[in-house]
Design a protein around this ligand. Structure first.
Ligand SMILES: Nc1nc2c(ncn2[C@@H]2O[C@H](COP(=O)(O)OP(=O)(O)O)[C@@H](O)[C@H]2O)c(=O)[nH]1
Ligand SMILES: [Mg+2]
Length: 334
């Protein structure tokens, strides 16, 4: 896994948003203090004493209530949510009122606060010795479940694990075909059933085959028809019930896949899916090129669910582990 190289390249939308926001706040210093003239140091003295060439001073702004309010508003705009924005701002303010901060210093402070929120949730998908380890994948239509399963299958294969996929979204024929294509790409078998057939019986068959073949990992795709919440809840509950007949400890992980571009809506989706299934961790997709990565901070702060991975593109290797520090720095534009 290329840790966050892709994120750094692609999180440009988010970083420019918060980064530019912070630049704007500092530049908006009411006193508009002119930057002090740079000290000349390129001459003989500089060369003799090894002084670094002078950089033009960054603008600074004294931290006051007005600046904190601007900071708070900007963070709310960047999808951190009101509660998280308030707390982050208060932490930055503590012991620093009146201090003159540059945009870079403010970014460092903000990155530190965000990293502190994200560090406890940055956890890889836990691996259990159980065979097969069952990963149930849930989320609304279009969130990126099928794509994420394909990417995960490929990474586990590359790590030497045997993998099987059950195409539990039996509602849409196209969904099954899509998963078969991902299965081919990742080199893993995909168990399918007739369109409209019971996903629970498919899950049961997949468990049976995975057990017989000694498969390490069984990933079960599901439908995401939230419009029919009661049906979906029953469908998921039934899948869990039948696989527990085979292994009472399954599913070992229930991954909720969320689309970063939905912004604050991701918070509602977590609330909903926690009622539908025993969600054990999150995957956030489409962080490439979206300006809404801030919602991850709100999610972490509010729910504390592990973030196992992030999607940074549509290709098979576009799934990264989640690293709190890298994410925080990329988000604030450092
Ligand atoms: N840019 C981008 N697109 C993604 C990512 N993950 C999934 N997609 C796209 O989102 C769309 C829906 O994905 P799909 O896996 O079918 O969602 P599902 O309905 O939850 O199974 C597809 O066009 C995917 O290529 C990602 O991390 N980045
Ligand atoms: Mg799908």
């Amino acid at each position: 896994m290329s840790f966050f190289t892709k994120l750094r390249e692609r999180l440009t939308g988010s970083s420019s948003k918060i980064g530019a926001g912070l630049d704007g706040i500092v530049d908006a210093a009411p006193e508009a203090a002119p930057a002090p003239a740079p000290v000349p140091s390129g001459g003989i003295v500089g060369r003799l004493f090894g002084t670094a060439p002078a950089k033009p001073e960054e603008p600074r702004r004294a931290l006051d209530d007005e600046m904190l309010e601007e900071l708070e508003d900007m963070l709310v705009q960047a999808d951190l949510g009101v509660d998280t924005a308030l707390r982050v701002t208060a932490n930055i303010a503590e012991g620093r009122m009146g201090r003159r901060l540059s945009s870079t210093e403010l970014k460092e402070l903000l990155a530190g606060e965000i990293a502190r929120i994200m560090t406890p949730v940055a956890r890889p998908l836990p691996l259990y010795p159980k065979k097969p380890q069952v990963v149930l994948v849930v989320g609304v239509n279009g969130a990126g479940k099928t794509t994420t399963i394909g990417k995960l299958a490929s990474q586990f294969r590359a790590a030497g694990k045997s993998v099987m996929i059950a195409a539990g979204d039996t509602f849409r024929a196209a969904a099954v075909e899509q998963l078969q294509i991902w299965g081919q790409r990742a080199g893993v078998p995909v168990m399918v059933a007739a369109q409209g057939s019971d996903p629970a019986s498919l899950a049961f068959d997949a468990m049976t085959r995975a057990e017989a073949e000694g498969t390490d990992l069984l990933m079960i795709d599901t439908a995401g028809r939230l419009q029919n919440r009661q049906d979906l809840m029953e469908e998921l509950a039934k899948i869990v019930r039948v696989i527990r007949k085979k292994d009472p400890t399954a599913p070992h992980n229930t991954l909720l896949v969320l689309d970063a571009t939905t912004g604050q809506n991701a918070l509602n989706q977590v609330e909903t899916f926690r009622q539908l299934a025993d969600v054990s961790g999150l995957v956030m997709t489409k962080l490439d090129g979206t300006a809404r990565g801030g919602v991850l901070v709100a999610l972490a702060d509010r729910f504390g669910l592990p973030i196992h991975a992030i999607g940074v593109g549509e290709q098979i290797d576009d799934l990264d582990a989640f690293d709190a520090n890298d994410f925080a720095r990329a988000l604030v534009g450092l």
